[in-house]
Design a protein around this ligand. Structure first.
Ligand code: ZN
Length: 263
């Protein structure tokens, strides 16, 4: 059964996500998201999954209700992604643009782990769990994180896996320093800015100072940094052995209580 067409329709905007457009459609028709989905006979639990794939029957029902072509509905979902891109694309919103959100927008590029500034208005994106008093975050960290984000994008879109592997190794290193557990690809999609910015900044830092080199040149590598280094190289046994050897030697010559500088 086809749902009745809604009284009002809204034109999708460039880069808009299906879930965001459906919210605007609901608002234009004076109902909430759940009521709209019920009208189109879509399970509410399916709501955000629609951004990644929408089957032909569902696209048809939405198109009919919104009085647009089914192709328009499909164009609001993510296009096919490489596994690398997919691992760095958030299933749920983790950051947004304050300015565009106020107008009810939800854009596709905000979901990318490397997105840093809104491509529509240029405002810096904010983490969904960011604290209001973010001024404690230094300008230097933000500057480095923005550079790291750009490098992450290049790595995610590069042909070979090498660049991304290097970037993720830096993230793993940063995570260990912050005692943050989990998958490195999730750390750069973290809804808390202190974790995400630190990890992105590490990608930029590792470019000018590769981690293995960090182990070699560090005059004072403490146990903490040593564990972080080991964790970063965990998946590469040969490099791990070399790094451990260097780090141990350094730790011995520097003494156990020396504070390390990670900048
Ligand atoms: Zn914006």
């Amino acid at each position: 059964m086809k749902p009745r067409p809604l009284p009002k329709t809204v034109a999708p905007l460039p880069d808009e996500l299906l879930s965001g457009w459906l919210s605007r459609l609901a608002a234009a028709n004076y109902c909430d998201d759940a009521e709209l989905l019920a009208h189109i006979k879509i399970d509410t639990a399916q709501g955000t999954a629609l951004d990644f794939s929408v089957d032909a029957a569902t696209a048809e029902r939405i198109a009919n209700a919104a009085r647009v072509e089914p192709d328009v509905v499909r164009s609001l979902t993510f296009p096919a992604m490489t596994p690398r891109e997919a691992s760095l694309t958030a299933q749920m919103p983790f950051q947004h643009c304050m300015q565009c959100s106020r107008e009810g927008l939800s854009l596709r590029h905000w979901r990318r782990a490397w997105a840093f500034d809104c491509q529509v208005c240029g405002t810096s994106l904010v983490q969904t769990l960011g604290k209001p008093g973010e001024e404690q975050i230094s300008g230097k960290l933000i500057y480095r994180a923005r550079r790291g984000a750009g490098m992450l994008e290049c790595a995610a879109r590069s042909r070979g896996p090498k660049q991304l592997r290097r970037a993720m190794r830096a993230v793993t290193f940063a995570m260990s320093l912050k005692t943050f557990r989990g998958d490195p690809s999730f750390a750069v999609q973290n809804p808390r800015s202190e974790v995400r910015l630190f990890c992105l900044a590490a990608i930029a830092a590792a470019r000018s100072q590769p981690l293995a080199k960090t182990a070699i040149v560090s005059k004072s590598i403490d146990d903490y940094a040593r564990v972080a280094l080991l964790r970063a190289f965990e998946k590469e046994p040969r490099l791990l052995a070399a790094v451990d050897h260097i780090a141990q030697r350094r730790a011995k010559s520097a003494g156990p209580m020396t504070a390390a500088s990670h900048n």
